[in-house]
Design a protein around this ligand. Structure first.
Ligand code: UDP
Length: 310
């Protein structure tokens, strides 16, 4: 039985990864300081004797007893509203946190996989985004606390690989949605679903013509599982290439919730990317992976989950 350490394991993606790795027969040690993650996300796993939950801020040095085979470094606030609220925590976990997680990988001779993001492409001038694109990032804007630490984390991961021959992987995660997103995390899908279910106005930032490409969480974690087992070390995009404007997204959500909500337009946040779509050719070839859940299927499941909690 292999042991997997998941930093940020009580977060949205982290908790789905805990579920998946337990299901695949691994022992999972979940580290989280519950800044944006929630204990309830992993409550069902706490009865499993192969699951261990440890309250830990990975920005501070930490130890893990026994052997560790794989480290998934997912600790970080990830929604723009969260990282505007916690700019320094975001920078610490994406710098010191990554450093400590890499040191653990080195000490345990473990495979290291870091959660990077489509945000490293910034407001992209190349469309769709391939892994070769270096991005268009404002280094001092409000989003930089996230974008630049993720870029730093990628650089540090590659430096550890070169210096210590560590077995490392980098996944660049595009917009993902599904059950366990926090209803108040401020992202487009939870906001629109909550607003639609309450028949409150849907808040579009800007003119709603900006695009995103939304991946259902089960597809994303399956891709991460495959990447963790691959021999590949350069970054790999994972996401759903089906691109839509926010206005198109709202039509889906309004129809699926039978909502009468009106639309209100609010100012566009600074440096909000105008377009985003992953080129997933690399993942298709290397991991034989592609998303299987369309928004027509993933959104109703997500809406049902939120409906139960509103
Ligand atoms: N957005 C919006 N209304 C909201 C929340 C978000 O129009 O209530 C927009 C946001 O400005 C961005 C897009 O939706 O253009 C996706 O935002 P999200 O926060 O989900 O993630 P991002 O892709 O920006 O990291």
């Amino acid at each position: 039985m292999k042991t997997v350490v998941i930093t940020g394991g009580a977060g949205f993606l982290g908790s789905h990864l805990c579920d998946l790795f337990i299901k695949k027969g691994h022992r999972v040690i979940c580290l989280d300081n519950f800044l944006t993650g929630k204990k309830s996300n992993v409550a069902a796993l706490e009865r499993d004797r192969h699951f261990v939950l440890v309250e830990q801020d990975v920005s501070r040095p930490f130890r893990v007893a026994g052997s560790v085979h794989l480290i998934l470094h997912f600790a970080s606030p990830a929604s723009p509203v969260d990282y505007y609220r916690y700019p320094l925590e975001t920078m610490r976990v994406g710098s010191m946190g990554t450093h400590h997680a890499l040191e653990l990988a080195r000490a345990k001779k473990a495979v290291f996989l870091m959660a990077s993001t489509s945000e490293i492409y910034g407001d992209p001038l190349v469309h769709p985004q391939t892994e070769e694109y270096w991005g268009n990032v404002n280094p001092i804007g409000p989003r930089s606390v996230y974008d630049e630490t993720k870029r730093f984390s990628e650089a540090l991961t590659m430096a550890y690989r070169r210096a210590y021959l560590l077995d490392t992987k980098i996944v660049r995660i595009f917009n993902t949605y599904g059950p366990r997103m926090r209803i108040d995390d401020g992202r487009a899908i939870p906001n629109f679903i909550a607003q639609a279910l309450k028949n409150k106005p849907l808040t579009i930032y800007g003119n709603g013509m900006q695009t995103r490409s939304f991946c259902y969480v089960s597809d994303l974690v399956e891709g991460i599982y495959r990447l963790s087992r691959s021999r590949y070390h350069d970054p790999v995009n994972l996401g759903n290439p089906r691109e839509m404007t926010l206005k198109e997204l709202i039509v889906f959500i309004r129809t699926m919730t039978n909502s009468k909500s009106k639309i209100v337009y609010k100012p566009l946040p600074k440096d909000d990317p105008k377009q985003r779509q992953p080129d997933i050719s690399r993942a298709r070839v290397l991991l034989k992976w592609q998303p299987r859940v369309a928004v027509e299927e993933g959104l109703p499941t997500t809406i049902a989950w939120f409906r139960d909690r509103i």
